[in-house]
Structure formats: C-alpha cells, structure tokens
Design a protein around this ligand. Structure first.
Ligand SMILES: [Zn+2]
Length: 338
C-alpha cells in the first residue's frame, strides 16, 4: 500500500511558517532600510505592483496579496515593462529581491519554530515506499527525513546539478520527496548556469547587521563568481531559465500519483492560477482506478468542497476539517501535541 502526502501552503502552518498571502506585508513592515539604495528600488516597486495587482484582480481576490502572484508577474516582463519602464536587468533584480524577501521571512519563521515535533513525528511514521509531494519551499521536513533515511530524492535533473554542495543528500534515494515549485536550498548560478544544493541556513547565517534582501551575494562554488539565487518557481514561471532542473520531478510526481493507493492532500487549495498543478493532479489521478483521496484542511466551505469534487470526478474523497497537527494526532490516535 503506497501513500502520497501532498503538502500545500497550509501544511507547515502549525510550525509558524507564514502563508503566501502573509509574506508581502511582513517584507514591507520588517525592512527598516526601505528608503535606502539598493532596497529602495524593490520596495517602491513592491508598492506599485501590489496596487496594480489589486486593480486588475480586484481587492477581494487579492486581499491580502499573494506573494506567488507577484513573483509570477516578474516572469511576464511585458506587463512589468509597461508598468515600470524597467529594463531586463531591473526586472531580474526585482525578482531576486522578492525571492530573498520570501526566504528571509520563511527562515525567520523556521528559527522561531515551536512545534517541530509534530513534523518530526510525522516523518518518523512515514514508510520508505511512501512519497511526499510538496508545493512549499521551506526545509521543515527535509531535516527529519534525512535523519531517518540518510538520503532523500528530490528527482532533479542530474545533468544540470553541480557536484559541489549537498548533492548526495538529495539524490539516489528510494524515498521520493518532490518539490514542484522549487526549494530554498536549491540555487542557480546565472554565470555558469549550474544548479547547486546548499544548506540554506549555513549559507545565510551572517553577523553582518547590514545584510538585507537588497545586498545578498552568494558566490557559485563552481566558478567562484556568479551570484546564486534560490530556485523558486511560482505558477507562470514554468518557462523560466531555471525551470528545466525540475522537469524530472514533475514527471516522477505524475507516475507516482497514477499508482498510489492513498493520496492525502494537506493544506492545499488548488488555486485558480495554478493550471499546471491542477492538470498534473487531475490527469494522473483520473488514470488511477482504485485510489482513495483524503482532503485535509482547516476549513472546508461548500464552495471548496464542490471545487475539489469536480476536480476529481468519480473518485472517493474523504474530507477532514483539521490542521496538520490536529489531523496527525487524530490519525495516529494521539493526544494533542500542544
Ligand atoms: Zn557558477
């Protein structure tokens, strides 16, 4: 019996990690240097784009604004150029600042994480023939899984991955841990075009009080030059130059979903703009004759329930209204974790 756990933005919620719509307000609020160069560019731009997105999408839909929507727009330079009159260089800088902003907020949350034990317990109960598909960038689960299995398999394109860094920990393992939208420990060099897996906290720990999202520079271990940036690919970024590294993991996810016995969706909303994601799950699961689906999330409105039922027509779906920690404790018959 093989199980797949699909972790959406709501899955690491009980470990304090912010949702995608909570990150922009935090970036704007927590950067005291917003009036100084070079951050000034990105912060003013953030405001311009936040206003613009609200205008085109409506306040109701984008209130509060989702960081992935904003990042997606950076992969559509036509719109950005019209709005801001920026050149390609500024657009790529803006994307860089935005990605560092996201990672800073996630890293801060992970450092303040009070509830890791729920997640550690979950990883202890996982079998090697089970798999995880995650839509998140954070590294909450990896630490415990590597402790348990020694290595896990991100299913990245090994031709593109450099030999430096932590390649061995994340390849050649029977345990599949698939991150469809990238990961904060996977970096791309815009100089040699190689990808490197690095331990994010080690790369980022710095005593420098002036370090902020506008001035981070991590040199590439391959050529000692370049300026590494984490591979974070939002919906709409599928055509970007960094997307090919993830191609094998999408294929692996498809093949696993076709044959799994049970699929647990945890804290995932299948947002309208993520058409590739919906297509991946819908097409593979429709080919899977005997699969049982379990949909776990904090609140399930009638609308949401109808949406999920119509996405996976004719499949048996169990709806469970709970958060990650609550579900885990009930699923394994435990008391509350906290
Ligand atoms: Zn390089």
């Amino acid at each position: 019996m093989s199980k797949i756990y699909v972790l959406g933005a709501g899955a690491p919620r009980d470990a304090n990690i912010p949702l995608t719509n909570e990150i922009i307000p935090r970036i704007l609020k927590e950067n005291p240097n917003i009036h100084e160069e070079p951050l000034r560019i990105s912060t003013i731009s953030l405001h311009i784009l936040v206003d613009y997105l609200k205008e085109i999408a409506g306040n109701e839909y984008l209130s509060p604004l989702d960081i992935e929507d904003l990042l997606s727009i950076t992969y559509f330079p036509l719109v950005l150029k019209e709005l801001t009159r920026w050149d390609d260089n500024k657009i790529s800088n803006f994307r860089r600042h935005l990605i560092w902003g996201i990672l800073f907020e996630i890293e801060k949350a992970l450092n303040n994480n009070r509830n890791q034990y729920t997640y550690q317990f979950f990883t202890k109960m996982i079998d090697e023939k089970d798999s995880i598909i995650s839509l998140n960038y954070d590294l909450l689960f990896e630490k415990f899984l590597i402790e348990k299995f020694g290595t896990i398999n991100y299913n990245l394109d090994l031709e593109l991955l450099s030999e430096s860094g932590m390649k061995d920990e994340y390849t050649y393992s029977d345990f599949n841990f698939i991150k469809l939208h990238g990961s904060m420990n996977l970096f791309y060099c815009d100089c040699c075009h190689k990808f490197t897996l690095m331990n994010y906290p080690n790369a980022m720990v710095s005593e420098d009080p002036n370090l902020h999202i506008g001035n981070i520079k991590i040199a590439c271990p391959e050529d000692d030059e370049g300026n590494l940036i984490a591979v974070i690919i939002p919906p709409g970024g599928e055509k970007s130059e960094v997307a090919p590294i993830l191609r094998p993991c999408w294929e692996k996810a498809f093949n696993l979903l076709k044959v799994a016995d049970d699929i647990f969706f945890i804290g995932i909303s299948f947002r309208e703009n993520d058409i590739w994601l919906r297509f991946l799950f819908q097409s593979s699961i429709c080919m899977n004759k005997n699969v049982k689906l379990h949909y776990i999330t904090n609140k399930i409105s009638d609308d949401k329930r109808d949406k999920i039922i119509s996405l996976f027509q004719n499949k048996s779906i169990e709806f469970i209204e709970d958060g990650f920690a609550g579900w885990i404790s009930k699923y394994y018959g435990l008391g509350r974790f906290y």
